[in-house]
Design a protein around this ligand. Structure first.
Ligand SMILES: Nc1nc2c(ncn2[C@@H]2O[C@H](COP(=O)(O)OP(=O)(O)OP(=O)(O)O)[C@@H](O)[C@H]2O)c(=O)[nH]1
Length: 326
């Protein structure tokens, strides 16, 4: 018998190891539970990382109940990376485990975050994540991929480019609506030493300037986010744009010269491509600021058209007293 289609919303939370995926899921779950109005909802989380050690959210389901990397590594005698790929292949071969949870435990209009493993080869070299998202879309889920990179990447041009290209790869491979996020902005903003050019003397003038600009502009961005300042001024808009891809400024618009190495020319070309086409734009996320989390949720709601279904349910959720089960 075919699966019953129903509209359930979801975010596929991706990004390199340690970029903050599990923390993001926990923060969104807590934020939505304590919000009012449209943002208030039960944000379910399903852990899809068979190598996860711990997380701060309450999962609806945990893939480690189906397959666990430590057991795989022992039984199949593979290293940590091979065991992870093996475990994810096992999940794909047993996708009923996941689709049954969605069909049996969720109802129309529910919202789920999928906390995914950090290995980017799962969507760059293999089609594992693609097969999982295809199965979810077939059920009728409206998905958005959310790709996180650590804000420290924004301070180094080569890292930032690598992160941008990985984000682009996820966007192309999964063919889902997509949002890229610069996570852990609180760390970037809490680094006053970045303004001290002495600290960066060894790294050279260019990287020092990038670090300074990044710090100043990221502050400007978050200030504007939290104080509802209208962005009418073209200069402010320009500054804001630069704040979202500061490291690329090192290479942007550089004329090709004889002295440049092949790699530098390649960096310039990639940087121009990323900047001119605006293919990858990062949303700077500081989990310590509720307004910033809220704004990201609203943007993703628009992308997956959450309000169409959710408005019908909002009354039900508002009426329920959050403490009534305690
Ligand atoms: N300061 C700060 N630390 C963060 C933030 N998000 C995550 N961290 C820290 O970064 C580390 C990694 O966070 P996780 O949420 O486990 O990252 P992950 O992407 O799920 O990691 P993997 O599961 O290994 O791929 C933890 O020590 C977190 O406490 C943030 O917004 N701010």
């Amino acid at each position: 018998m075919g699966k019953v289609r129903m509209v359930v919303f979801g975010q596929i939370v991706l990004g390199p190891a340690g970029c903050g995926k599990s923390t993001y899921c926990a923060a969104l779950q807590a934020h939505c539970a304590s919000s009012h109005g449209m943002a208030r909802r039960v944000m379910h989380v399903i852990n899809l990382d068979p190598a996860a050690e711990s997380f701060a959210y309450e999962p609806l389901a945990d893939v480690r109940e189906l397959v666990n990397v430590d057991e795989v590594a022992e039984e199949v005698e593979l290293g940590p990376n091979g065991a992870l790929v093996w475990a994810m292949e096992y999940l794909v071969d047993n996708l009923d485990w996941l689709t049954d949870i969605i069909q049996e435990q969720l109802v129309e209009g529910d919202y789920v975050l999928f906390d995914c493993p950090g290995q980017i080869e799962l969507y760059t070299h293999y089609n594992i994540m693609r097969r999982i998202t295809n199965a979810l879309v077939e059920l009728g889920m409206r998905l958005c991929s959310v790709f996180l990179i650590d804000s420290s990447y924004a301070l180094e041009a080569s890292k930032f480019m690598g992160g941008s290209l990985s984000a682009m790869s996820a966007m192309v491979q999964l063919e889902l609506p997509h949002v890229s996020v610069l996570s852990k902005m609180d760390l970037l903003l809490r680094r006053p030493e970045l303004s001290d050019s002495q600290t960066h003397a060894d790294a050279g003038h260019v990287e020092t300037k990038v670090a300074d600009d990044s710090y100043r502009l990221a502050r400007l961005f978050l200030h504007m986010m939290s104080s509802d300042v209208e962005l009418d001024e073209p200069e402010m808009k320009l500054e804001l744009e630069l704040a979202l891809r500061p490291a690329l400024a090192v290479y942007q618009g550089k004329e090709s010269t004889e002295e440049q190495s092949g790699f530098e020319k390649l960096h310039c070309a990639i940087s121009d491509l990323l900047s001119e086409t605006s293919i990858v734009q990062f949303y700077p996320l500081d989990l310590k600021q509720d307004e910033v989390i809220q704004d990201l949720i609203v943007q993703i709601d628009l992308i997956v058209q959450y309000d169409e279904v959710a408005e019908l349910r909002i009354g039900d959720v508002e009426e329920k007293d959050p403490d009534e089960d305690v």
